[in-house]
Design a protein around this ligand. Sequence first.
Ligand code: SF4
Length: 472
Amino acid sequence: MCGIFGVIGSDNAFIDIYKGLKMIQHRGQDTCGIATYDNHFNIKKCDGLVTGAFDNDDIDRFKGSTGIGHVRYPTIGKGGVENAQPLFVNIPYGIIMAHNGNVLNYFSLKKKLQNVYNRYINTDVDVEIILNIFAHHLEQRKNVDFDSICDAVKNVFNEVQGSYSVIAYIANKGFLAFRDPKGFKPLIYGKKDKKHVFASESVSLDILGIREFTDVKPGEVIFIADNGEVFKKRITVSSQTACIFEWVYFARPDSTIDSMNVYKVRYDLGEKLADELMSRKEEFDVCMPVPDTSRTAALACANKLGIPYREGLIKNRYVGRTFIMPGNERRKSAVREKLNPIKDEIKGKSILLIDDSIVRGHTSRAIVEIVKQAGAKEVHFAVYSPPLKYPCYFGIDMQRKDEFIANKMEIENIKNKIGADSLHYLSIKGLIEGMKQKENIFCDACFSGNYPVNVDEDHIKDIQLDRDLAVN
Ligand code: SF4
């Protein structure tokens, strides 16, 4: 999972990108990068967070009215600044590009680019594949007009399998954005006066005072020429399969993605969870969130069940997300540093703990232990998403089946493993109904195993080998 932000027509692109990226820092903390254009590309990429990477000297150095930025959590290739985005190619014209997603056929395309297109791939990051395929096809055309750009993107759609929301700037031509034909990953577009902004989440537009925005549609290309002229075309129209995990976990609650406010969706999922819990025999004194993501669902669940909502776990904000930190040991020790109980809210009570998901179970077990050690009479664990059982090949670092506790154990055994007195997961039916859409426009493959696109076994082997090498 990554975050992207791009702007054209700004009085100071660097400041806008810096502000926009800070708003989506939760989407990746491994590396960050900013590139602006002012008759040449100014590029800086760093390890870690945006606030630590850029300073006042950069404001003077990064001139230009257009540019793009990226925050990364690696899902292909190792972490580290050598694989940070944005990436640049000088032929044709000079193009800078960043993306959010995962290229499924990365390894076969890498060979094709080197052996057939004579393009050298210098990093382990999959946007370099998209960038070079786009550049190769654009180079075949005489001019850079919208038709040529659409033709090049169409070739990307034909050749690149997987998920990708992409932003790019073509030197002295214009700003480009497109979203893969299935629309897995979010991409928001907004405009204010002469400024056009693209971002992974709408919160990045809020900070710039841009109130009106829309979603780049699946399979759509938007090009903003340097003179401000806007071109749009939906190149392919197929049924959307947006990553449902964006609403469950990844996105900020104050973001709106594909016209669905994340807070509202989480509230609805909390109510759905309460509906299902009502048929169970357990009794709860209070409903308590595992902070922060599950607060909204826990509030809704408490209201619907008619029991008090209480905060009993306080998060140390400076430790970072446990799920998003690579490596099991780092995750386990981080959770103990991260959550501290309020004993008076817990002692002697039957606690209904609400969480967004269970991946490996280590975090859930540590949390149950913290609450029990704080004196809870009983700890009941409820999750407002179904059991995670299947790998994601579309941009989330859950790419091995054996990572999931629900793949190895029945729910009763998971309950015992995490030390809870009961365990309930929201059903897949409850999850889809909770999204409250007329049609099911979501990918739920990590819960259901129903992959919306064919996933080639050879690609899976390549990806799993890559993840093993990256993590170990
Ligand atoms: S498999 Fe799961 S995490 Fe991956 S895109 Fe689909 S819903 Fe999202």
